[in-house]
Design a protein around this ligand. Sequence first.
Ligand code: LMR
Length: 396
Amino acid sequence: MFQTIERRPPDPILGLSAAYKSDTNPNKVDLGVGIYKDEAGNCPVMRAVKTAEQKLWQIEDSKSYIAQAGPELFLKHSLDLMLGNDHAAVKGKRAAAVLAPGGSGALRVAAEFVARSFPGTRIFVSDPTWNNHIPLLGSAGLKLELYPYYDYQKHSIKFDEMMAKLKQAGKGDLVLIHGCCHNPCGADLNHAMWQAVADAALKQGFTPFIDLAYQGLGDGLVEDVYGLRLLASQLPEVIVAASASKNFGLYRERTGTVLVVTETPAATEAAATQVVGTAREMYSVPPAHGAALVGMILEDAALRADWDAELTDMRNRINGLRAKLVAKLQAKGVDRDFSFIQNEKGMFSFLGLTQEQVKKLIGDYSIYMVGSSRINVAGINNANIDTLVNAIAAVL
Ligand code: LMR
C-alpha cells in the first residue's frame, strides 16, 4: 500500500529549524520560524505561565476529558480579550468561543465548519499570506482566491487593488484578514482601511474571517483588535481563529479559539454546536493544559498583570529591534532604504531580497530565514545584529 508514497520536502517554515539546528557555524542566526526569542535567543516560558502551571499541578485532580467546547473560564476570557465584555456582540449573546488546538487548529475547524455547512464557499486571502494558509484552508474544502495586499517595491499595502479585487466577494464568501501583525509582511490595515473593509462587507455581504495569531505583539492588546472589534460591531457576521501560541508563549500546548459572531443569539448558539461537532469528527475533544493556564492567568489579577507586563516587554523589545536594525543598516551605508521595517508590526518583515540572496545568506553566512526573505525580527539580538547587518550589506 505505501510503497508508492513519495517523500515530502521539508516545510518551508518549520523545516528551517532542523536546518538551523544541524548547522555547525558558531555564528549562525535563526530568523526563521515565528517564535518569540529573548535577548539570549531562548523562547522562554512566560512567568505567569510557570506560576499558573505550579498552581494547576496542585489543584488538577483529573485527566478526564474537558467539555467539548473548552473550559468555561477560558471561553469567558477569550471573548473578553478579543471583543471586550462591553462589546455589543458579547452583551447581545451574538458571540461564542470554542477552544481549538492552536491557531492552526482554530483555522482548520472554522474552515471545515464553513465548508461542510456551505460546500463550495470561496475564501479570499491576501497575497502574500502565511505559507500554511493555502494548504490548510484549501484542503478543508474552501475555494481560494488571492487579493493583492503587499507592494514589495513601496513596502506598503496595495489597498486600492485589494478593495478592487474584494468587489468580487459577496454573500456566502469569506475574506481572510490578518487581525494584526500581518504574517509574512508586517504591514497592517490602518483604522480608515478597516472601516472601508467593514463598509464593503456590509454592502456586498461577505463575511470577514480574522486570523488573530499575534494579539498584543503589535501595538497593544486592545490596539491590535481595533479592526476585529469594529467589524464585530458593524457587521452581522464575523468569524475568528485566534492563537495563544505567541502572546502566551504556549506554542506546544496548542491553544487557540474559534470565535463566531452571528446576527442572533440562536444562530450563534447553533454555529457553536456545529464547530464543536466538526471538531468531534476531526479530533474529538480539545487539549486541556494550555486553555487551563490561559483561564487561570486571565482570572487572577496578579497573574494577569504579570503576563501583561511581560508581553509588553516582548512587544517593546521587538519594536526596539526594528528601529535598531534600520539604524544599523543605515550606519553601514547600505544603499537601500529599510526604514519601512520600523513602521511594520509584529514578528515579521520582508527584507526585500531575492531568493538567490536569501540562499546566499543561508549558505554562506548561516543566517536562516524563509525563502521570501521574511525575517522573524524577534530572532535578532545584540550578539547577532552586526553579523546580520554585515551579511545583508554583503549580499546586496
Ligand atoms: C510562522 O509563520 O513562522 C509561525 O506561524 C509558525 C508556523 O507554524 O509556521
